[in-house]
Design a protein around this ligand. Structure first.
Ligand code: ADP
Length: 478
């Protein structure tokens, strides 16, 4: 049984009340370990240590900070198997995907190890000769980071790497379902030798921890990934201390296949963007829009591929692991049932089931639904499961109208071989990210983030570090 602890002021330790939360393997629902719970006093201590260490960390050179990030990057890669096994154990995704997640997370450490030294300001031409005008960038201050369970490592590394590179200190609160990956990672943070209080880990009651973060004057920024509902709550709470906030919230990605698309590419893109992590990805395709004339051909090719996908243990040769929990499973079932009740055709799958003897974790068959209409739940809400709902369209305008008909605006995808259409449609999609002829768009150098109910703020590249910097203007009379 793994026992994870908090990491506060450079020390691993229990929470003040020595409470633990149990961590469950979503595949068989067996306990795999426990994680220390932080009480209010522990969280407050972490906040004050982050404020104290910020005074020194911000004064270190970007080269010194970058060297520590580089060291952490090396340690993560040296330990990728251990980290990946923990991800599969507590989150359920196939081990090969978990290794991919570790490398993806590491790529942010590598990128920001170097991006910190590129922070730069401006010298402006003054209005009068007796004046000099300068613009500098400074770290915003200590940052609270709150992340979900679907990428237990990458979600917070993508935030902490730019924050540390910018000169901010961080307190990380991972999801209750997946705290042990964070604990394993923090063993490497400790080994890398970051100064005390620069990186801290707290786990426990999200409402209480969130409230302490939001009320703390000294925490100057919150970076959150999770549901739109919690994102709105944090945004409202941030008003009290006028904190800078970045929110990466839900998505409802359309994937449009035009008649002039390369069909094989479109089918592969659908598989890539839909079934990774059992569809539990905020940029996963949630709706497929296919031009009417090629609908039968697309469906035939897609069904052939989907038929070969297997769900099961992430430690065996499977394409998908379990759904994270009963709640997630029920939402997927509800979306499928609602669509079928409203006239959808079941083209493949459609069933959820328990892991063995009607017990254990929740699995869901890869599922394809045809004849989807806009009034169905699956066309409005994020499914977070392995379901492909397909609807037909006749014109480019109609495709864009349906695609944009959502409060969300995170990722979108489309397939065409026509260059003019590619430009028109990419400009017309009201989303923070667009994939043209690809279902895989996320990368350390690219700005990841959404518009509308999907939030604001960007992660990745130089855009990502800007989120952790203030712009200061200095006017000097001479
Ligand atoms: P999901 O449905 O993906 O679990 P949530 O928004 O519920 O999304 O959770 C994302 C993260 O937000 C998790 O770390 C969770 O513990 C945290 N969280 C949930 N409720 C709150 C809250 N009231 N204040 C702060 N954090 C919260």
């Amino acid at each position: 049984m793994k026992k994870g602890q908090l990491y506060i002021n450079g020390q691993f330790r229990e929470g003040a009340d020595k409470q633990h939360l149990e961590v469950i393997n979503p595949y068989d629902l067996e306990p795999i370990g426990s994680q220390s719970v932080a009480e209010g006093s522990d969280v407050r201590q972490a906040v004050s240590c982050a404020a104290e260490s910020f005074k020194r960390w911000k004064k270190q050179s970007a080269y010194e900070r970058g060297a520590l990030l580089r060291k952490l990057y090396d340690l993560v890669l040296e330990n990728e198997e251990r980290l990946a096994k923990m991800i599969t154990l507590e989150q359920g995704k196939p081990l090969s995907e978990a290794i991919g997640e570790v490398r993806y997370a590491a790529s942010y450490l590598s990128w920001y190890a170097e991006e910190g030294i590129r922070i730069k300001g401006d010298i402006l031409e003054p209005t009068h000769k007796t004046m000099r005008m300068q613009v500098i960038k400074q770290p915003v201050g200590p940052v609270g980071i709150i992340t979900p369970w679907n990428f237990p490592l990458a979600m917070f590394v993508r935030k902490m790497a730019p924050a540390l590179a910018a000169g901010c200190t961080v307190i990380i609160k991972p999801a209750e379902q997946t705290p042990l990956t964070a604990y394993e990672f923090f063993r490497l943070v400790d080994e890398a030798g970051f100064p005390d209080g620069v990186c801290q880990l707290v786990t426990g009651d999200p409402v209480e921890i969130g409230k302490i973060f939001m009320e703390a004057e000294s925490l100057r920024k919150i970076s959150f990934t999770g549901s739109t509902e919690v994102g709105k709550l944090l945004m409202a709470q941030s008003a009290e201390t006028v904190k800078k906030v970045s929110l990466e919230l839900g998505g409802h990605a359309p994937l449009i296949v035009f008649a002039d698309a390369d069909l094989d590419k479109a089918v592969q893109g659908t598989i890539d963007s839909k079934f990774r992590n059992c569809g539990q990805v905020c940029i996963a395709t949630n709706r497929v829009l296919v031009e009417k004339s090629i609908l039968p051909a697309y469906q035939e090719k897609l069904l052939e591929k989907v038929a070969s996908l297997k769900a099961g243990s992430g430690f065996e040769e499977n394409d998908m692991g379990p759904v994270i929990d009963r709640q997630g499973y029920e939402k997927i079932s509800e979306h499928v049932d609602d669509a079928l009740n409203r006239g959808a055709n079941l083209l493949f799958g459609g069933q959820g089931y328990r892991q063995k003897d009607n017990q254990g974790g929740y699995l869901f068959q890869p599922t394809v639904l045809g004849n989807i209409s806009e009034d169905m739940k699956i066309m409005q809400e994020e499914t977070f499961g392995p379901v492909v709902p397909i609807t037909a369209f006749e014109t480019e305008e109609e495709a864009l109208r349906i695609a944009n008909q959502t409060p969300f605006g995170l990722a979108s995808y489309f397939y065409t071989e026509n260059i003019s259409r590619a430009i028109r449609v990419s400009e017309g999609l009201e989303f923070g990210m667009v994939g043209i002829n690809t279902g895989r768009i996320s990368s350390a150098q690219a700005p990841f983030g959404g518009v509308k109910a999907s939030g604001f703020g960007r992660e990745g590249g130089y855009y990502g570090i800007e989120e952790y910097l203030h712009t200061k203007y200095i006017g000097t009379g001479i």
